[in-house]
Design a protein around this ligand. Structure first.
Ligand SMILES: Nc1ncnc2c1ncn2[C@@H]1O[C@H](COP(=O)(O)OP(=O)(O)OP(=O)(O)O)[C@@H](O)[C@H]1O
Ligand SMILES: [Mg+2]
Length: 224
């Protein structure tokens, strides 16, 4: 497969809070990166075997997006996760995790080059992020080359909590340049099985994901 990097770059999307946006970000980021880096073999590895949301989403439109999807860690603990990821022969893997900081998420954090932590704007969302951020810090203590980014999600700039979210999160760790708004296009694209780049090209939602994808690509050093 031409254009393959020596080792797959891995992005883990970690958050114990259900509904924080792990799957949404996994799919939109993967499809956007595939558009910009068409030669890369990009997988969404679905480790949320209880829900399989990313798999269901992408299987509706896998041919259109060019992103491949597979299930991993279906033993529930991720004992063979590293081998499963290696076997994919991917250039880039986005690992969508379940809403627990259990063995699968901890292993994923260890194997990821970049960990993304989506966080919503309510106090409950912010409090729930603490555990995921601690996991990121511990993983980084073990491997200084690893990075993590907190990604503000479902933000409504019309509310005070939305406007203040970024400054609150910056006290916890590095925050992505992109803030993802609360936009129906992010959820509606799941019904068609594509990412925002195909569902609403040029929209504000697409611009947000473009910005996130650019930052991620820079951190990982992706090349065309
Ligand atoms: N920025 C957003 N704007 C609008 N809707 C969003 C946004 N982010 C997520 N959603 C919606 O919120 C719901 C939960 O999002 P998602 O499934 O991505 O979260 P999750 O962290 O993967 O949840 P789980 O922990 O259950 O796997 C979905 O219906 C999704 O479409
Ligand atoms: Mg999910």
């Amino acid at each position: 497969m031409y254009g393959r990097l020596l080792m797959a770059k891995i992005i883990g999307i970690v958050q114990k809070k259900g509904g924080a946006g792990k799957t949404t970000i996994s799919v939109h980021l993967a499809t956007q990166l595939k558009e910009v880096y068409p030669k890369l073999r990009i997988f969404v590895a679905d480790a949320d075997t209880g829900q399989n949301s990313a798999t269901k989403w992408l299987k509706r439109g896998a041919l259109e997006t060019g992103v491949e999807v597979c299930t991993v860690a279906d033993d529930g603990v991720g004992k063979n996760l590293k081998q499963e990821l290696d076997k994919l022969q991917a250039d880039l893997i986005i690992l969508d995790l379940p809403p627990f900081l259990d063995s699968v998420s901890l292993r994923a954090a260890l194997y990821s080059n970049l960990i993304l932590v989506p966080v919503g704007p309510t106090p409950l969302d912010i409090e729930a992020a603490e555990g995921a951020i601690s996991v990121c810090r511990e993983a980084m203590d073990l491997d200084k080359k690893k990075s993590f980014l907190i990604v503000p999600n479902r933000v409504q700039q019309s509310t005070a909590s939305g406007r203040e979210l970024r400054s609150v999160l910056e006290e916890w760790g590095p925050v992505s340049k992109a803030t993802l708004g609360h936009r129906v296009a992010y959820s509606d694209s799941a019904t068609v099985g594509v990412g925002i780049n195909k569902y609403a090209p040029g929209s504000v939602a697409h611009q947000e994901i473009e910005l996130l994808a650019q930052e991620v690509a820079e951190i990982l050093g992706l090349s065309k």
